[in-house]
Structures are given as C-alpha cells and as structure tokens.
Design a protein around this ligand. Structure first.
Ligand code: URA
Length: 229
C-alpha cells in the first residue's frame, strides 16, 4: 500500500495534510524519514506520524470524547447519537464498546473488531473502567469497603465484582469497576444511599481519554493502545 493511503486509513489527516506532514519530515518509516507519499509500505513496516506509531490499516479502533446529551446508539429519530459525531468515511460497521448513559461524558471506544470489543466488555476479562464521579451527598469512608467487598445490587442475580473507590474530596471520587452492568455506577452509589450528579469515564484498561480531544472529537487509537487490551 502507498504511504499516503496507509496514513489516511490510520490517522485523522486529510490527503493534503498527509502530504504536508511528509514534506515536513514528520513521517518515519522504520525510523527513517519518509520522502515520498507513493513510497510502498508492507504489513510489517512501522510508520510513525509526529512521533506516534500508527496501527496498520485493517480493523478500525477509535476513541471519542463523548459529550453529555448524546445517545450511545447508531441512530435515533429525535436525538443526536455518538455515530453522528464520526464522519461517514470512518464510521461504517463500527460497534460501540461499552455504552455510556446519555448524561455520562468521557472515553468511548468504537471498533469493527468484535473480538477486541469482547475482550473489553466481557466481565471474564476483568478490564478496568475508571470513572470520575461527583455526588449529591458526601461520600462515606465506609463506601470504600462496601465496594471492595462486591455489592449485591437489587434485581441482579450475582453480586458485582469488587470495585476500587478512591475518594478525592467530600463529593468526588474515582471508581474502578471491571464490568459494565446497566447503570452500574449510578446504581452502586444509589445502594450506598447517595446519588451520582456527574459521571465521566477517564480510562478503559490502559487506554486513557486523550486530553487533546475536546468533547465531540475523536481520533484513531495508536498501535500501542490497541495492543494494550
Ligand atoms: N455506569 C453508569 O451508571 N452509567 C454509565 O454511563 C456508565 C457506568
């Protein structure tokens, strides 16, 4: 595959931006500055753009900074959906990896790789998801132990897996859970006699929400991020 096509598949740059990046010496192929957009790239070649290793084209893996008031659905007749935020060149066949509620913000992954999606969402794989939570009432010290013991939520067959709570201040905490049950964080805090006011997902496994992404923006994952799952 041509170098410019490879970068087009694996980054968010337009064709002209890719040519500019190559001219500026920002693209390396196996550690050597690339000179020509038509240079041939093989599957095993390592291409870096502005110091970031690009994933070989094939399957697609994206991170989106989900804004509030957007549904985690492909389409909806009346409300904006996360797939509306991805331009049409990149979105066909994408699955949402672990849904967020309409009012939850933060890291959302999308892919067309079903196995990779399963590794993140299946509770068997115990992939951590870290949420920053703000609450209506002060967070009790006892919450740390209750969550660590694995709480049994009303209506669920099995108790939740142990969760790790780090209290940051009276009304703010980081909660690390390894499953993705329906409204899980809100239900856990409800069961603790509290109420979630804002919920923001910061990370999934080793993949952290890129601080350069404003709400509504997305980028391709790097090869390292994909491999980390
Ligand atoms: N838990 C919730 O309650 N809501 C989310 O959006 C994600 C986890």
């Amino acid at each position: 595959m041509r170098l410019d096509k490879f970068i087009g598949h694996s980054s968010d740059l337009s064709r002209s931006q890719i040519h500019i990046a190559i001219r500026r010496g920002e693209v390396l192929v196996n550690g050597v500055v690339a000179k020509l957009p038509r240079e041939h790239i093989d599957q095993q070649d390592q291409v870096t753009l502005q110091g970031r290793l690009l994933a070989a084209p094939g399957k697609r893996y994206l991170m989106l900074h989900k804004p509030s008031d957007v549904l985690c659905a492909r389409t909806d007749a009346n409300q904006p959906c996360v797939l509306d935020l991805i331009d049409s060149d990149h979105k066909s066949g994408l699955q949402i990896v672990g849904r967020l509620d309409k009012d939850t913000t933060g890291l959302l992954l999308l892919t067309d790789d079903g196995q990779w999606n399963h590794r993140i969402t299946s509770p068997r794989h115990r992939c951590s998801k870290v949420y920053r939570v703000t609450t209506a009432e002060p967070i009790s010290e006892g919450a740390v132990e209750q969550l660590a013991a694995g709480m049994h939520l009303r209506g669920d067959k099995h108790p939740c897996l142990p969760a790790h709570l780090q209290i940051l201040d009276s009304h703010t905490a980081l909660l690390d859970i390894q499953e993705g049950r329906y409204h899980q964080v809100k239900r856990l805090f409800g069961a603790l006699g509290n109420r979630v006011v804002t919920l923001h997902r910061q990370s999934i496994g080793a993949i952290e929400l890129d601080p350069a992404l404003a709400p509504g923006q997305w980028r391709h994952l790097t090869a390292d991020e994909i491999a980390s799952v």
